[in-house]
Design a protein around this ligand. Sequence first.
Ligand code: NAD
Length: 418
Amino acid sequence: MVDEVNPFESLQEQIDDAAEYLDADEGMIDRLKQPERVLETTLSVEMDDGSIETFRAYRSEFNGDRGPYKGGIRYHPGVNRAEVKALSGWMVYKCAAVDIPYGGGKGGIEIDPSEYSESELERITRTFATELRPLIGEDKDIPAPDVNTGQREMDWIKDTYETLEDTTEPGVVTGKSLDNGGSKGRVEATGRSVSITAREAFEYLDRDISEATVAVQGYGNAGSIGARLIEDQGADVVAVSDSSGAVYDPDGLDARAVKEHKSETGSVVGYEGASRQLTNEELLTLDVDILVPAALENAIDADLAEDVSADVIVEAANGPLTPDADDVLADRDVYVVPDILANAGGVTVSYFEWVQNRQRFAWTEQRVNEELERLVTDAFDAMTTAYEERGTPNFRTAMYTVSIQRVLDAAEKSGLFP
Ligand code: NAD
């Protein structure tokens, strides 16, 4: 992990790179590079032993030109203001990439959740939800899961909000359990867009994904499901990692079996079907066709990018490449499917969940997956068209030109007020 790169500066650099290809007012572009507001708050929570602990927490609302702020809530010791601002900005351009009517937001608590009991985590989450109450709402700002949060936390936030507001408003958060208004297909959605975009990239390059080898960094929700769905297309997932290390088999691991091993033991390490272990760095430079970084930001910097051997990188994680790494990879003709498209399945099915909540009508899983396929492939086509017509150096800048133009069009038609 490369710590010195500020993810917020990476975001701003990505916007500047794309703006060069657009005929846009400089002031309007500057406006798209800063969050509209950031809540920074301290949560004071009673622990099981009666002591009080405090936690730093954030919610950034980046831009609402295209609709309510939308974005996840992360629990991680590395959460900080710059990270939350960057993640909220990436959400704006991600929602615009798949053309869903949302702006971008993101939140997080600086915490290692593995050190707390379930009842402590519930009190911490409900305290955060209470702080968020003035900001959130199904037409205002809609949280969702991110790293180390899931259905359980979303159900607590929904319940806290509805209790305090004396209402029922399931669309106030997405990523809820099915029993509480969640959508079929939501858990798989991020991995599904990773696998759809991997397939589309291979088609674009006139290559057959069923002959591809794949390495996945980070075997959590996005990584393990992405791996499974790429494997289902006939590819061989040869290496996967988590924070404890990596496992490898040149003939292919069994993505489902590795996941089972991780669920039982807490790690992919020790999986018996692997021929050997690798370090996390060895995994990132392995000679494979597709590399899927699915852990955290800044996993690959310019130095490491020189040693990446994959032909295609599909960014399941948010911001896994530094801007310098992007430049190196573009020079080396490595195709990168950017995070704002590759992992947009999560927010897209979150959007479907919100639509279903408002309709009070649940869709079938087939409908969810078909609509997801349509929005993600449309976005992929918009990106490759921009790549060819605008002559951008890589897919990322092309996707940003499409997204930024969509946000600019909405802002321009609304006008600035006051
Ligand atoms: P997760 O907590 O389920 O999984 C993260 C995995 O990464 C864990 O297995 C962890 O052990 C591993 N990891 C952490 N540091 C690592 C390292 N240095 N090397 C190798 N592995 C490491 O989280 P997730 O929900 O899968 O999210 C992963 C990434 O995908 C994040 O960047 C997140 O923002 C992004 N993302 C997730 C979703 C979603 O719906 N889950 C949607 C969009 C984007």
